[in-house]
Design a binder for this molecule. Structure first.
Ligand code: CUA
Length: 378
């Protein structure tokens, strides 16, 4: 009996030590995995971050236009009031804990009270007054953000349509359609009229504006302005399916003359190339791509996927999630779904539904030709 007992004791200690060692090992492995994964987060395989001149390109606390500045001002007002409330409440809590702590030798029953009308009225009224006071600038800011720009401001009109998972921008004044990258004149109001082709999306360029939803079957509006020329990054702010995170946009704010030059170049129709690789690429385009993509001035007029009229003038593609380089285009044309999560298996062109670009089974030769053609679309 006693020998057996001893054996069990030693055995369980061994098991316990082994378990402990295993747990330590597991914790170390987990820690290593976190380190490795956080290192991965910094890589930029698709080159999209390479032209952001800041580590925080979407910082709404760094406003670059009137709308974003109003939101920022309101945010700081609420922040400082909340901070003051927090400090006062915590100070009262800490004071109470120390003042009324249990002391040696002074242990006595606490006086039992039930409710204090005066206190309860006070801590009901103070928050009500505070909230009511905060509602005044909040509602004022909401109305200010919703206001249509004054006709004297000569606002630039842009139509925005959200698609799974890219942005379509239309400039009625110039007859320009582009995708994912918006050009605007700095220092002039821009009035966006927005809708969605499928599900709800939300237009958000944090340094320029607050979020505004794009709702299928409805139009919503947003006034936006950039103080100075610059590049502003944004992204869809309403979950809209598998590539929501890759539905980004770029806003290029330019001087009036640069903007006018851009708009004039974009309005130029395309003359398809007639010789060399690019001409062969145009042939392939008409067979494989033109059922979804349009190129102004040519026979390609479908509007189910991004308009590619001046594709080579853009810095990115695929919902502004990939830098536009020949290398990335080659990878993309081999199999788009490898670079961006999409659901082309659910496409139904006759119903106007496109959930991503399918693998078109292109040969390497066709891919070379298509890239040569796309590069001519400046
Ligand atoms: Cu579109 Cu999220």
């Amino acid at each position: 009996m006693s020998v057996n007992d001893g054996d069990t004791g030693v055995g369980s200690r061994v098991i316990e030590r082994t378990l402990h060692r295993k747990r330590t090992l597991l914790m170390l492995l987990l820690f290593a995995a976190i380190l490795v994964l956080s290192a991965c987060a910094g890589t930029d395989r698709l080159g999209i971050d390479s032209i952001a001149d800041s580590d925080l390109p979407q910082n709404s606390l760094d406003p670059a236009g009137p709308a974003a500045r109003s939101i920022d001002g309101l945010w700081w007002l609420v922040f400082w009031i909340a901070t003051a409330v927090f400090v006062m409440v915590e100070a009262a809590l800490v004071f109470t804990i120390f003042k009324f702590r249990r002391r040696d030798g002074k242990d006595r029953p606490v006086k039992q009270v039930h409710g204090s009308t005066r206190l309860e009225i006070a801590w009901t009224i103070v928050p009500v007054v505070l909230m009511a006071a905060l509602a005044i600038p909040t509602i004022a800011t909401l109305f200010e953000l919703r206001a249509e720009p004054d006709p004297s401001e000569n606002a630039l009109q842009i139509g925005v349509t959200g698609h799974q998972w890219w942005w379509e921008f239309y400039y009625p004044e110039y007859g320009i359609t582009t995708a994912n990258e918006m050009h605007i004149p700095a220092g002039r109001a821009v009035y966006l009229t927005m809708t969605s082709a499928d599900v709800i999306h939300s237009f958000w360029v944090p340094r320029l504006n607050g979020k505004r939803d794009l709702v299928p079957g409805r139009t919503t509006n947003l006034t936006m302005e950039a103080d100075e020329p610059g590049l502003f990054f944004g992204q869809c702010a309403e979950f809209c399916g598998i590539a929501h995170a890759d539905m980004r946009q770029r806003v290029f704010a330019e001087s009036e003359s640069d903007f006018a030059a851009w708009a004039a170049a974009q309005a130029e129709p395309v003359t398809p190339p007639t010789e060399g690789l690019a001409a062969a690429g145009w042939d392939t385009f008409q067979i494989s791509c033109s059922s979804c993509h349009a190129i102004d001035g040519t026979s390609a007029v479908a509007k189910l996927a991004p308009d590619l009229t001046h594709f080579a003038s853009r810095t990115t593609f695929a919902g502004a999630s990939i830098a536009r380089t020949d290398g990335h285009l080659r990878e993309w044309l081999r199999n788009p779904v490898d670079l961006k999560p999409m659901r082309p298996e659910f496409n139904d062109l006759s119903a106007g539904r496109v959930l991503g670009m399918p693998d078109l089974d292109l040969t390497e030769q066709q891919i070379d030709e298509l890239i040569a053609f796309l590069d001519t679309l400046e």
